[in-house]
Design a protein around this ligand. Structure first.
Ligand SMILES: [Fe+2]
Ligand SMILES: [Fe+2]
Length: 194
């Protein structure tokens, strides 16, 4: 059964919280790198999914949707700044946890607003069919932005996460065009983030 968009979003939010806790409780550097990579990648992908698939529907379906989407995009941008800083830190860096915690403060507040305000309003304004369609498109984002094999690896010689944060920094219109073009072909997307 296809979940409603709210359920798909909440599943991601819980996963991000889980990754965050795993980074903090990791007992080795390798383990920390592993969860750090997954956290960065999942957050990049989740944010892109919301910006490409969900926020435009806020604007279309809700009277105050434009303001809501603008606020959410602004919060994403603040989170991206923290994420960029966090990405560049070695696990031994004493600033790593404070940076992650301040990222998570912003993210938790954003998540709460989405779950308590934005998504309930959206669900009230659209039909079950529309909600399920959105969640199908949202799931397609995960195929458009697949987790690279090195993301789940903790090997220290693997490349840093420039591509995930680089992807988040790409102009959203450019990503939207590529995503739409990709949806209309069955081919796998070009994985270069340019
Ligand atoms: Fe969001
Ligand atoms: Fe979210």
């Amino acid at each position: 059964m296809t979940p409603r968009i709210t359920d798909a979003i909440k599943t991601d939010h819980r996963e991000l919280e889980n990754h965050y806790n795993k980074i903090l409780s990791a007992s080795t550097e390798r383990e920390k790198i592993h969860w750090k990579n997954l956290f960065i990648w999942e957050l990049a992908r989740h944010s892109i999914g919301e910006e490409l698939v969900v926020y435009p529907v806020f604007e279309k379906s809700l009277p105050d949707g434009r303001a809501m989407a603008d606020k959410d995009r602004h919060e994403h941008n603040m989170i991206k700044d923290h994420l960029q800083k966090f990405q560049n830190m070695q696990p031994s860096n004493p600033e790593l946890e404070p940076t992650l915690n301040s990222l998570m403060n912003n993210l938790s507040q954003h998540i709460q607003e989405e779950e308590n305000n934005d998504f309930p309003k959206l669900e009230d304004a659209i039909s079950s069919e529309e909600s399920e369609k959105l969640s199908t498109s949202f799931a397609r984002i995960k195929m458009f932005v697949p987790t690279p094999s090195y993301a789940s690896s903790s090997a220290p010689d693997k490349p840093p996460f420039e591509s995930a944060v680089g992807l988040m920094a790409a102009p959203i219109d450019h990503l939207a065009n590529r995503f739409r073009a990709w949806l209309h072909t069955s081919a796998m997307p070009d994985s270069s983030a340019g």
